[in-house]
Structure formats: structure tokens, C-alpha cells
Design a protein around this ligand. Structure first.
Ligand SMILES: [Zn+2]
Length: 126
């Protein structure tokens, strides 16, 4: 009998952005920064030998280069694929770059502020 688990790993980065498509006068149109945080949820069976789903270190091997080379202390608007860097677009951007390496990825949660976050669970069926 396989035991299905869900593990969660949290990361953070500091970055600037502005939202080019919001109406003139909207505060998000001005350049500003956030202490972004995001969580990756991975779901799958516990491997009998190791006793875990995946080594947390193996998640970081995929994610840390993304953060260091593209996100942390960058202006997100200048990152390829993040020309309109809403939390939604950042979630999808992360999913598209992490999922091919970590097939157990089931959820990306991007926190833009303490009270606002976006959850992406991959492309829908429709
Ligand atoms: Zn913002």
C-alpha cells in the first residue's frame, strides 16, 4: 500500500516590479519592490527505501539557480517571460521552469505581500 504525502518547501527573494497593463494612476504601475515568498508543494508516494518523497536538497538544486540568476534583486519586468510580472504570471513562470525537473510538483504559491498570494496548480484540462 503506497502512502501519499505532500511536502512543502518555502523560498524567498527580493525584487522590483511594476505592472504595465494596469490603468494610469493605479499604484502598481509605479515601480516598487516586494519581499516575495513562494512555496512549492510536491505530492506523491513515500519511497520505501528512503522513507521520503524527495530530498528537500534536490528541490533546492532546481530552484536556487532560478532565484539567483533570474529573480533575486532583479527588476522582474526585464526577465524573459515576466514582462507583466503579476503574482499569477510569476506562479506560472515558476511552474513552467520547475515542473520538468520535479514531476511531483503539484502547487506553486506566490506570496506578494503578507496578505495576498496566488496559487497555481498547472494547466487546466479545458
Ligand atoms: Zn507589486
Amino acid at each position: 500500500m503506497s502512502q501519499e504525502v505532500e511536502i512543502v518547501k518555502k523560498y524567498r527573494f527580493e525584487a522590483a516590479h511594476y505592472l504595465p497593463n494596469v490603468p494610469e494612476g493605479h499604484k502598481c504601475r509605479r515601480m516598487h519592490g516586494h519581499s516575495f515568498r513562494f512555496e512549492l508543494v510536491l505530492r506523491g508516494p513515500v519511497e520505501p527505501d528512503t522513507g521520503w518523497l524527495i530530498d528537500f536538497g534536490d528541490i533546492s538544486k532546481v530552484v536556487k539557480p532560478l532565484i539567483e540568476n533570474h529573480l533575486d534583486h532583479y527588476l522582474l519586468n526585464e526577465v524573459e517571460g515576466l514582462e507583466n510580472p503579476t503574482s499569477e504570471q510569476i506562479s506560472i513562470w515558476l511552474w513552467n521552469r520547475i515542473k520538468p525537473h520535479l514531476s511531483a510538483l503539484s502547487e506553486v504559491v506566490v506570496h506578494e505581500t503578507c496578505t495576498a498570494r496566488c496559487i497555481y496548480r498547472g494547466p487546466g484540462d479545458s
